[in-house]
Design a binder for this molecule. Structure first.
Ligand SMILES: *[C@@H]1O[C@H](CO)[C@@H](O)[C@H](O)[C@H]1NC(C)=O
Ligand SMILES: *[C@@H]1O[C@H](CO)[C@@H](O)[C@H](O)[C@H]1NC(C)=O
Ligand SMILES: *[C@@H]1O[C@H](CO)[C@@H](O)[C@H](O)[C@H]1NC(C)=O
Ligand SMILES: *[C@@H]1O[C@H](CO)[C@@H](O)[C@H](O)[C@H]1NC(C)=O
Length: 392
């Protein structure tokens, strides 16, 4: 029999473990050819998405985030609107099926909901409803596949203010379905500034506190690109800590996560093009695993149809992928993708080195979310239980 204090300790540790999602993840979108349009392309099947997610998982990434479910501008109908979504809608179900096949949660999906570019209320509503439906369906296939929904708000932190009522509703539904709720923002400096200057403003605090986490997006500008990956990674960490400290100075428990990237593959005769991103990503992977942060690399696959309105701000929008599609007509098999550089050392701890053989994975169970302190937490728990048992 385990007494109450021990039970409480066990529950406490599980709560901590649940929060220890600290790794290098990757942003995923299936639109890998020049003819794709993320607003309308529906041609990638669930199978095609699984092929891509398997490449991601085989390279030792276990957290994937998306920007949207690709909902249409149509009134939501349970069970059927999802069939009218663009192909990104398959991500969560594909990950759940992979987890089920492998009998282990090798992939989790931070399911994005695009609220920044949902042009109508009908579309926004469909995006949210399909998001809930897909997340729950995926978690029924394999528990824990979708830990969170993420409102993708672009540059719009202040634009969220009038939406607090509906976000509160979304947050309550998320809680009721064991999902966390996050927000993805490009203007995290604004959040840090607003928090610093409004420490006592309950309305402002409520607007941040409603989210379990904020994903800060910081992509390299032209100036950052020429300064190199080392300087950029320092700049990233500094900005991250600024927001994190601003949050810590309040009572708010909201966590901060990071999304960043580095373009590569513009010039195949220049080997540094693939060396620099590897340096940045590996530095961020090391930091993520050591400091227990979740960092998403933008992005898994080159999006040839991406565009940028400001070259100085976002010079190479189509070149952020770790992989690219060879653009061979209608072939979406595993061999139609190439990794643009050498395989990364992600520093992620769900060991999965061998992709070719059927050898069992190393550390399959212990490895799911191993962060430094996770091991020590388990050890403390073991000692407490042993101690308790011996004293009976
Ligand atoms: C929140 O949900 C309640 C109950 O479902 C609803 O009556 C209310 O209109 C919603 N508020 C907003 C702002 O969406
Ligand atoms: C990165 O770019 C931003 C915006 O242009 C600039 O403020 C910052 O100093 C740059 N950092 C580095 C290390 O280049
Ligand atoms: C590609 O890189 C090579 C080697 O650094 C350089 O000589 C060449 O000018 C580059 N080409 C373009 C189009 O940037
Ligand atoms: C592009 O972005 C830079 C850096 O943020 C800004 O200084 C510049 O005014 C922008 N240019 C345009 C045309 O918006």
């Amino acid at each position: 029999m385990i007494g109450n204090p021990v039970l409480i300790l066990v529950l406490g540790l599980f709560a901590l473990i649940k929060e220890s999602e600290c790794q290098l993840g990757v942003v995923y979108s299936p639109f890998v050819t020049a003819n794709d349009n993320p607003e309308s392309t529906k041609s990638y099947t669930l199978h095609d998405v699984k092929v891509m997610l398997n490449l991601i998982e085989n390279d030792n990434f276990h957290h994937v985030s998306t920007y949207s479910v690709g909902a249409p501008d149509e009134p939501f109908k349970a069970g059927s609107t999802r069939n009218d979504c663009t192909s990104v809608v398959h991500t969560s179900i594909a990950a759940a099926e992979i987890n089920k096949d492998k009998k282990q949660r090798v992939l989790s999906v931070y399911q994005g909901l695009d609220i920044a570019s949902s042009s109508t209320v009908v579309k926004l509503n469909s995006e949210i409803e399909v998001g809930f439906e897909i997340a729950q369906a995926a978690n029924r296939i394999y528990k824990g596949t979708v830990p969170a929904l993420v409102l993708n708000a672009g540059n719009g932190f202040s634009r969220l203010f009038p939406m607090l009522g509906s976000i509160r509703n979304i947050s309550e539904r998320a809680q009721a379905t064991q999902l966390q709720l996050g927000v993805r923002l490009r203007d995290c400096e604004a959040v840090a500034y607003i928090l610093k200057t409004n420490k006592q403003n309950k309305f402002v605090l409520a607007q941040v506190e409603i989210f379990d986490f904020v994903i800060c997006v910081k992509m390299p500008t032209l100036a950052n690109y020429s300064a190199g990956p080392g300087a950029f990674s320092e700049y990233l960490k500094k900005g991250f800590l600024e927001l994190e400290n601003a949050v810590k100075e309040t009572e708010i428990k909201t966590k901060v996560m990071l999304e960043t990237g580095w373009p590569s593959g513009m010039n195949s005769s220049n080997p540094y093009e693939t060396v620099s991103p590897k340096i940045l990503w590996e530095m961020m992977g090391q930091w993520a695993n050591k400091e227990k942060r979740l960092v998403f690399i933008n992005e898994a696959f080159d999006s040839p149809s991406a565009s940028s309105s400001n070259f100085t701000e976002n010079p190479f929008p189509t070149h952020y992928g770790l992989w690219k599609h060879k653009d061979t007509d209608m072939d979406y098999s595993q061999t139609s993708y190439v990794r643009k550089g050498a395989k990364l050392q992600t520093h992620n701890t769900l060991a999965n080195e061998d992709t070719g053989s059927n050898k069992p994975r190393n550390g399959a169970i212990a490895g799911r979310q191993v962060c430094g302190w996770f091991n020590s937490a388990v050890m403390v728990l073991a000692i407490v239980i042993a101690d308790y048992t011996l004293s009976q």
